[in-house]
Ligand binder design. Sequence first.
Ligand SMILES: N[C@@H](CCC(=O)N[C@@H](CS)C(=O)NCC(=O)O)C(=O)O
Length: 212
Amino acid sequence: MITISAFEWVPDFAQGQVRDLRVRWALEEAGIPYHTRLVSLGAEQSSAAYRALQPFGQVPYFEEDGFALFESGAIVLHISERSEALLPKDPAARARATQWLFAALNSIEPWIQQVASIDYFYKDEDWAKLRRPGALEFAQLRLTQLADKLGDKPYLDGDRFTAGDLMMATVLRILPPIITDPRLAAYVERCTSRPAFKRAYNAQMGDFKQAA
Ligand SMILES: N[C@@H](CCC(=O)N[C@@H](CS)C(=O)NCC(=O)O)C(=O)O
């Protein structure tokens, strides 16, 4: 049985956003059952035992029959390799889905996360007030470029949802007010109205409720 780690509690703004959601969503799309190991913020995440599984003390990690993996991108890819619902069989389509998964993590997430970190953690700092307009401008440039590439297609590679869309949608959800292009807003809505996303989201929120 697969085990993934998740936080037992996070502040309200982070609930429904923690990166184990990506892994839960991939498992739901693939129809693979899993358990969660709930970890507390602070001492437990920083313990040597936890850091043996996730060297940065973060969530999520993935474990199955003694095989352990960290980094949500690597975990989602590992799960996706087992399911055509996430990675097409055709090698070229598969490579393009992987390309979009990396684009989400490497070309989009850092810029959205920069603005999100300012808004969530530093908004009253003088340096943050100076930095925010430039960070926002760059994030918006990337988002416009993404929207142009998406165009009128339902998903990034055309008509079918892949692991690339799963990852991109989780990244675009990080800071909803930043998504002003109607094509991207509709895309996020399309991806997150999938039943597998709803099950994953409810499972994360359910774990927080249970621990409260
Ligand atoms: N690159 C990592 C990032 C994981 C990450 O940022 N996890 C956050 C929760 S969303 C975390 O554990 N934060 C607590 C910390 O960094 O101490 C991944 O994608 O798995």
